[in-house]
Ligand binder design. Sequence first.
Ligand code: F6P
Length: 556
Amino acid sequence: MSDLTDSAEWKALKKHFKAISHVHMRDLFNEDSERFEQFSVSLNDILLDYSKNRITNETVKLLMDLMRITNVEKHRARMFAGENVNCTESRPALHVALRNRSNKPVMVNGEDVMPKINAVLSKMRDFSERVRSGRLRGYDGRRIRSIVNIGIGGSDLGPHVVCDAMKPFAQRGLKVHFVSNADATHLVETLKQLEPETTLFIISSKTFTTQETLLNAHSARKWFVDLVGDEKAVAKHFVAVSTNHEATSKFGINPDNVFEFWDWVGGRYSLWSAIGLPIALYIGMDHFEDLLLGAHEMDQHFESAPLEQNMPVILAMLGIWYNNFFDAQSHAVMPYSQYMERLPAYLQQLDMESNGKTIDRQNQRVNYLTGPIIWGQSGTNGQHAFFQLLHQGTKPVPADFLIPALSQNPLGLHHRVLFSNCLAQTKALMLGKKYTEALEEMQGAGSSSEEIDGAIEHKVFEGNKPTNTIIFERLDPKTLGSIMALYEHKVFVQGVVWNINSFDQWGVEYGKVLAGEIQQDLAQPGNVDDHDSSTNGLINYRKGVYFQDVDRRKLD
Ligand code: F6P
């Protein structure tokens, strides 16, 4: 038994779970007309309605008790103070400093990092304004029309979700592309749309050693030089965002064109740093700063709101409730906003790379479930794909629904339809449909008794499926910043409760080493036999096909 599962607070929740597991939310709503008021909380225009959860006041109290014994408040203070919360890499995790709009000093090893952060923000402003206004042009004097961000993981997902979501705020005539996959198709299909003279490449990599990114960067550079025929033109079309200056200059990027950040910024928490450069270019620095402000306001809320009214804390504790007591394996995220389509992909890295851990901070194996599988899709598309399983499947899937009250594209009845679908889903998931209701419905439709007998059981919905709804006025940079910070802090709180380090990712590193070895094996003809038989068989299949004749080798 660990300290956590052995604690009186954990045991009290286990006991409470037994008592509440047969209680239906429908009855909880019937008993309390103020349930919505009681279980909702807001910050600025963002309202979190968590009333459609399998909770009572007692549940919330017990969950907060559990959280208090894990010292969430102390850990939170350590993170904001720049202490080494990333214990396996002995580093702070200071994404909150990047958006510290109050400018209060933040100390790392005795140094206030705010002047450095502000200097990079000024450099981003200067650069993005010059590009957007056309003062900074390509090598032949033409305006930059396309930005291509080459990066992967945190150096792709954050800026990508924001640029997609902030399309209405983009400058007309300026496009942004994201290339991440080692599959050349990603780069090749992107380059087909571009002219080198009007394209600016941003090579985004914290380490500047990530294989996929360097591969794409070198291929993009070759494409550029081959078409332009002048190496010197590279300086006007390639910039880098990295902590590794040696590697960026080795790649041939002028130090003036390198936007720096620091090792105390985790990859998946880096969109607030110079990794956000494509955002600043695409929507302008004022809007990028609004995004930072929104995140900062969520930081302040997280730091100061009482735990019971603290949005990230509430989301975190509800997640723990389902993950650890209902044994829910996954958590779904459904943005009812086409602009937020990439949010689930972004949250997958944020949550699963942070809390997909088995070893706790005292180097012991945990004996409870940690981070859930995050998945989802934009509404209403998901309704016509996987929602059936949410309604009538055998697995519990708690879910977050996100929706703006107003559309950026008011067109006819579209938003009303979208909005009503979102609420219809959360209502149906909560309420379900009783046998008597299904019967009444079938009888009303004139079904025969055979028809009723044959189908009625299938038309009953258990309901009692938990959802959170996050509603906000309109999707703008500030609101988006707050929502993304909300999820960052949710993940942080869960990591604290599970006693794991949410800021490292050792699992990812192992795959990189093995890929290097297999790559060597693929270079020469002749079968290999020094891996397991499955890996040998697959390597030898590819070799057999590839080395068959010279023409095939040209395909690589
Ligand atoms: O996927 C592992 C990872 O290390 C992520 O944490 C990171 O965001 C990504 O690779 C990219 O790393 P880099 O920015 O150093 O290229």
